[in-house]
Design a protein around this ligand. Structure first.
Ligand code: OGA
Ligand code: NI
Length: 356
């Protein structure tokens, strides 16, 4: 990584070492984007890279047993790696409450917020962070997030979670759980796995992580990355976005992007690397990115549905049944996770870790 200029070092000190986050920078009244956040021109999302006509499917899942519904889900997982679902059964009030809770947490005075800073938090199950991996990034991402580990065991530390948002986080996680289970059942059936037994369940969904993502209003969002291009390392991700817009999905390999329009009450579902690996590329974990908003603070709430830390995954035997060659080796989830968090967001490069 090239050395940073002295002003960038000052900003790093304020944002990262002093635990103010990019929210702190905005609260301090900056009116231009500091150099530390300015992307090289070729990494910006220029308007000519956006395909205005395409969009990802919106699937009505009021009847999960309808074969048309299950087929649309599996088709979308293969073609786009992304789709939105409506009529999924998570009440609108629960969705609104968790978004409000994100605004409440990030609206706390800095001294209150920073009590939860990663490494300093009263519990390992909650961590406030900024950007993605600041120590590995030349340009920082315009985002802070509060991350919750949400397995049943992690929930034992609930009393130590921030009171301004913890009830809403747990309520949302509980309400989303049946949707997650249903989605995985459908997607795995599409791979000829008829039943998710206990071992498979551990590999597919034992250790979910829920993030409250906060993208403060940015003086010039086109110069920055809210989140840079990446694929998620989850099995699937269930993402709740607000009405700001700004989420883009890669359309083709030649650097074109599609906007994911906010649909009130919908959840955005995307395939993560693990399901791409387990499906031996039948499902695809497509790159996506976020551009912050120029006029308001944006929040989003992804649930990364992750394996247990010591679970191993690789192409499923059911998929390889007909003699197909595996494209990936068996990997331990904690190794994959560590690798992802050792570098900046770099598109789909993490998958090389598992490729044969
Ligand atoms: C992520 C992500 C999208 C969003 O956190 O991995 O892609 O809309 N977020 O915030
Ligand atoms: Ni993502």
């Amino acid at each position: 990584m090239p050395p940073r200029d002295p002003n960038s070092e000052k900003i790093i000190d304020f944002v990262v070492n002093k635990r103010n986050g990019v929210k702190g920078l905005v609260d301090a009244g900056i009116e231009t984007v500091p150099q530390l956040y300015i992307l090289p021109v070729d990494e910006r999302l220029e308007p000519n890279k956006i395909l205005p006509t395409d969009s990802i499917p919106v699937i009505d899942v009021s009847n999960w047993d309808d074969p048309v519904v299950t087929q649309s889900i599996c088709d979308a997982a293969g073609k786009w790696g992304f789709f939105q679902i409506i009529n999924h059964g998570v009440p609108l009030e629960v969705l609104d409450a968790v978004k409000d809770a994100a605004h409440r947490f990030f609206g706390l005075p800095n001294e209150e917020r920073s009590k939860y800073w990663a490494g300093n938090s009263p519990t390992e199950t909650v961590a406030l962070k900024t950007s993605f991996v600041p120590q590995a990034e030349t340009v920082l991402e315009w985002k802070d997030n509060l991350s919750f580990r949400c397995s049943p065991r992690d929930l034992e530390s609930f009393p130590l979670w921030p009171p301004v948002c913890r009830d809403e986080v747990v309520k949302y996680m509980e309400s989303a759980e049946p949707v997650i289970r249903k989605l995985l059942e459908v997607l795995l059936k599409g791979l000829k796995v008829e039943e998710i037994d206990e071992a498979r369940e551990y590999t597919l969904m034992a250790s979910p992580i829920l993030n409250l993502n906060y993208y403060p209003r940015c003086p010039d969002p086109d110069l920055t990355a809210g989140v840079g291009p990446h694929s998620d390392i989850s099995t699937i991700t269930v993402l709740l976005q607000d009405d700001s817009g700004g989420l883009y999905v890669r359309a083709t390999d030649d650097d074109s992007w599609i906007h994911v329009p906010p649909v009130n009450g919908a959840l955005v579902i995307n395939m993560g690397d693990i399901l791409q690996i387990m499906s031996n590329d039948r499902y695809r974990s497509i790159e996506h990115r976020v551009v912050a908003n120029g006029s308001k603070d944006r929040v989003s709430v992804p649930i990364f549905v992750n394996p247990g830390a010591d679970a191993t995954f690789g192409p499923l035997p059911e998929v390889l049944e007909t003699g197909e060659q595996p494209l990936y080796k068996e990997v331990v989830f904690s190794d994959y996770f560590k690798y992802f968090f050792s570098k900046r967001h770099e598109g789909k490069k993490t998958m090389e870790f598992a490729r044969i």
